[in-house]
Design a protein around this ligand. Structure first.
Ligand SMILES: [Zn+2]
Length: 691
């Protein structure tokens, strides 16, 4: 059962591996919704701890280190800085952004492990694991590649085949090899400690089934794990990067990263208090059940992406249940994935919009990104980010609706009311209706926020801006001013009161914009409870003309971003391509048999039903010839007409698609597979020979 009236909230956002920068998929999946939720809670006067940090252990860190030629410590230091800075710049308002490499985290994780160990929760098991004798170490799943038993992909990883998506174990791979040394790994016995999830299944089931209010994607994924039957899972690993196992004679073993990473939320809470107060005193109220009722209940909410559901809904709660002193997550509002321009976001393929680059290339547009990622959030199913959509939402929604309303209210006040909030006179029906409508919005938006429906909340916020626009359009103060200035005072008072409320309810999504509006209106210290009130602004109070809240984004800006993605794709395709070796030696006589001539393309047309062929008519000086050339995927018919080319004139005729081709046009192939014509350096006559 969900907690209905908590005293306080512990809100966590996923601990991301410190092995690369943040992209829009991370933001849409977890960080932006978490920040909206927390800002809403704070505005409503709730006590909140907003906790996150970087995950600095685990194999992905060591793999990155190897790739960049750095030590794991250098890798996490580098990316922690970058991630922390870019989150701050986007206005993600963590109370603490900690790191799992901090001593407080090592200590907390070891304590919890040792406690479970002493309570004999773990099963000790000796298994055979792959060991690389050359590198002298046990191999994590990601360090083993081999042939996928399902699809025969020769480069499947020990935990997963990226071609067919099958989940694998290293022992299932055919012809396994170590990515460290290339050697064939051998099986070697090793002892590890397992969490007996199979035995704990009834308790976990009771917990999950008590939360049928969870999002269907989350609840459904949990049910599918439970239906398959939970299996014991090793909580220690043979690896040298991580938190040492707090048990005697366990050299070379560390805590499983998914054992200690979620504990990072707890240790980050302690870290926050230490940074703030010099000691971690008081951390328990955020994580443990109230001992006496006056302390009240704490509601724990984990924001994560869908790939982390099992760890937050099953494994971490199982650990905490076994420990016995902790509250369990009340909700885990995981999002699905956001795709980019028709393709999955991929770090390794550099198919992403990187936050640190966005902030640099589109300065002062933090709220535009927050807006677009929320309007299009993958809350119930995968969604897609395109730059075209980004531009449209900015230009027609933020500029056209939201910005337009606030700007009109402020500018008209400058013009007609000496830049001060005017006094309301007698109200007409249209005024009363507008104020009544205004009063309903904060409650409706709050309901969406509390149920993690941030898209819906944002749609309502935009409806409030539309209400304001409609009110101005219907009351037409710019006409009324000629006949009835008193009436204009009433209209603009109401428009400004709507603007004030709009700034409060949109602050969770658009914090930078809300701050600008509040500065213009001289509004400060107002909370969610004040929103909807028709008297937020006092008559006579100055209204400042500010800069425009949003500006139109031109096509050229968007085209540049799209081009950047295509460049990344191209570079990516080039990676690993090498120059072909030279063919076996020939004699001059072999070469001289070829009659290569200069020719000009006179006509070109597509060959019906052929994807590749263009039918060309060429002038070779002495005559005209028809050539079928496999270039139509690279060139349009009209763009090759008039081209001077090199032509192999004495190649035996070939039949293709029912037509005869005479000779061959010579083409050069570039590294990315694109083709180029080979042409003489000056305008040589048709029929000229090439020797
Ligand atoms: Zn496969």
């Amino acid at each position: 059962m969900p907690i209905s009236n908590p005293e306080r909230y512990t809100v966590t956002a996923a601990l991301i591996y410190a092995n690369g920068p943040i992209h829009i998929g991370h933001l849409a999946g977890c960080y932006v919704p978490a920040d909206i939720y927390v800002r809403y809670l704070r505005s409503s006067g709730k006590e909140v701890a907003f906790i996150s940090g970087t995950d600095e252990h685990g194999v992905p860190i060591t793999i990155r280190a190897k790739k960049e030629g750095l030590t794991p410590q250098q890798v996490v230091d580098k990316y922690y800085e970058q991630i922390d800075t870019s989150f701050k710049s986007l206005g993600i308002s963590f109370d603490v952004y900690s790191r799992t490499s901090k001593p407080i985290h090592h200590e907390t994780s070891r304590e919890i492990f040792r406690d479970l160990y002493d309570k004999k929760v773990f099963i000790e098991e000796t298994t055979e694991q792959y060991y690389d004798e050359t590198a002298q170490q046990f191999l994590a799943d990601r360090y083993i590649v081999g042939t996928c038993p399902v699809c025969a992909n020769p480069n499947a990883y020990g935990d997963q085949c990226e071609r067919c998506g099958s989940t694998l174990s290293p022992l299932e791979l055919k012809d396994p090899r170590s990515t460290l040394s290339g050697a064939k790994p051998v099986l070697k016995a090793t002892k590890n400690w397992y969490l007996p999830l199979d035995k704990m299944q009834p308790d976990i089931e009771a917990y999950v089934n008590g939360h049928s209010e969870w999002k269907t994607n989350v609840f459904g994924q949990c049910q599918s794990w439970l239906k398959d039957g939970l299996k014991p899972r090793a909580m220690t690993r043979d690896l040298d990067w991580g938190i040492k196992v707090p048990v005697e004679d366990t050299d070379g073993k560390v805590l499983y990263v998914w054992f200690e990473a979620p504990i990072g939320y707890i240790s980050a809470t302690k870290d926050w208090l230490i940074q703030k107060n010099g000691s971690d005193e008081g951390w328990k109220k955020w994580w443990q059940p109230a001992k006496d009722i006056s302390e009240g209940q704490t509601k724990l909410v984990h924001f994560i992406g869908k790939d982390n559901i099992v760890f937050h809904c099953i494994i971490f709660p199982a650990m905490l249940m076994a420990e016995g002193n902790y509250i369990l997550a009340d909700n885990v509002p995981a999002n699905e994935f956001m795709n980019l321009e028709g393709d999955k976001i991929s770090t390794s393929r550099n198919w992403a919009v990187w936050l640190h680059e966005y902030l640099e290339e589109l300065p002062d547009k933090q709220d535009v990104l927050r807006y677009v990622l929320t309007a299009n959030a993958p809350e119930t199913k995968d969604s897609e980010f395109t730059w075209k959509d980004f531009q449209t939402r900015n230009n027609s929604e933020l500029v056209g609706i939201y910005g337009n309303f606030i700007n009109r209210a402020v500018v008209l006040t400058q013009k007609f009311c000496e830049g001060k909030v005017p006094q309301r006179g007698e109200l007409q029906e249209i005024d009363r209706n507008a104020l009544e409508e205004l009063a309903k919005f904060p409650g409706k938006i709050a309901d969406s926020m509390e149920n993690y429906r941030f898209r819906e909340a944002l749609a309502l916020i935009m409806d409030l801006a539309r209400t304001g626009n409609k009110y101005l359009a219907d009351t037409q103060p710019w006409h009324v001013i000629k006949t009835d200035p008193e009436r204009v005072n009433t209209i603009l008072n109401i428009a400004l009161q709507i603007s004030a409320s709009l700034s409060i309810v949109s602050e969770p999504v658009l914090p930078f914009t809300a701050a600008k509006i509040q500065e213009q209106l001289g509004l400060s210290g107002k909370t969610w409870q004040d929103a909807g009130n028709a008297d937020l602004l006092t008559p006579g109070q100055p209204v400042l003309e500010g800069k425009l809240l949003f500006e139109k984004i031109e096509d050229s800006v968007i085209e540049k971003q799209v081009q950047k993605l295509h460049d990344a794709k191209r570079l990516n395709e080039l990676e690993g391509k090498t120059v072909l070796p030279v063919k076996p030696e020939i004699q001059y006589d072999d070469f001289s048999k070829m009659d290569i001539r200069i020719a000009t393309i006179l006509e070109a047309e597509n060959v019906p039903k052929s994807k590749k062929l263009l039918k060309l008519l060429i002038d070779i000086g002495s005559e005209q010839r028809t050539v079928l050339s496999g270039i139509s995927e690279h060139f349009k018919a009209e763009e090759v007409i008039g081209k001077k080319v090199l032509y192999l004139a004495n190649l035996a005729p070939r039949k293709m698609m029912g037509m005869e081709s005479h000779g061959m046009i010579l083409m050069a192939e570039d590294r990315d597979g694109s083709l180029a014509f080979v042409q003489p350096g000056k305008d040589v006559w048709n029929g000229g020979t090439v020797n």
